[in-house]
Write a protein that binds this ligand. Structure first.
Ligand code: GRF
Length: 220
């Protein structure tokens, strides 16, 4: 193991179950990285407790204390930069980011979205997939670009939508997959296997298809 592990900064707004997946993956050696800090834009959320319990430094930057999105994002950028992260992870961070922020972290900013992008960017993804009569739903890890939920996908995982599916049951099924694919994509990144070039993703020097890799392709 290298002396200095790659550093992650993880941004949250809520429960932090994806954050927990990163904490666990780092603890059991599956992801050779360290979580340098967890930053929340909402005070009092459970994710902050998860971080504190794992001995990770936390920071709250309440967006309500800022006059503009630009001011908030500049402070956020400044705080993140204090930790010199190799990778910034958006884990249920419920903020639209300014172009300046996205450009600043270009190529080292990942997000997870609870749909099979490019389907259903935005909110209420599970209800929309059920409503549309889709047979499958899922989650996507993608690099963040200036287009909301529009950055190039890295890794997706699918689940079937059952006939009696509700938005809640589907969300729970998808979340389980999120906890697998997000630390895995981060692992590829810190291993140097994943690269954003312009608007395309290279994995092991090969250009990925527009919807990334499906977990089923890389699982035994
Ligand atoms: C996840 O469904 C993620 O895809 C979405 O927000 C949710 C966050 O859940 N962006 P948690 O806070 O990680 O439990």
């Amino acid at each position: 193991m290298p002396d200095v592990l790659p550093k992650l900064v993880i941004l949250i707004s809520g429960s932090g179950s994806n954050l927990q997946a990163f904490i666990d993956a780092c603890a059991d050696g599956e992801l050779r990285a360290s979580v340098a800090a967890v930053i929340s834009n909402r005070p009092g959320v459970f994710g902050l407790e998860r971080a504190a319990q794992a001995g990770i430094q936390t920071c709250v930057i309440d967006h309500k204390g800022f006059d503009s999105r630009e001011q908030f994002d500049r402070e956020l950028m400044h705080q993140i930069d204090q930790f010199s992260p190799d990778l910034v992870i958006l884990a249920g961070f419920m903020r639209i980011l300014t172009p300046e922020f996205v450009r600043h972290f270009h190529g080292k900013l990942l997000n997870i979205h609870p749909s099979l992008l490019p389907n259903y960017p935005g909110l209420n993804t599970h209800a929309r997939a059920i409503e549309a009569g889709d047979s499958h739903a899922g989650a996507t890890v993608h690099f963040v670009t200036e287009e909301l939920d529009g950055g190039p996908p890295v890794l997706q995982a699918s689940v079937t939508i059952d006939s009696d599916e509700t938005a809640e049951s589907l969300a729970a099924k998808v979340l389980q997959k999120e906890h697998i694919i997000y630390p895995l994509a981060a692992r590829w990144f810190v291993e140097g296997r994943l690269l954003l070039e312009g608007n395309t993703v290279k994995f092991d020097d090969k250009t990925l298809p527009s919807n990334g890799i499906n977990l089923a392709e890389v699982q035994d």
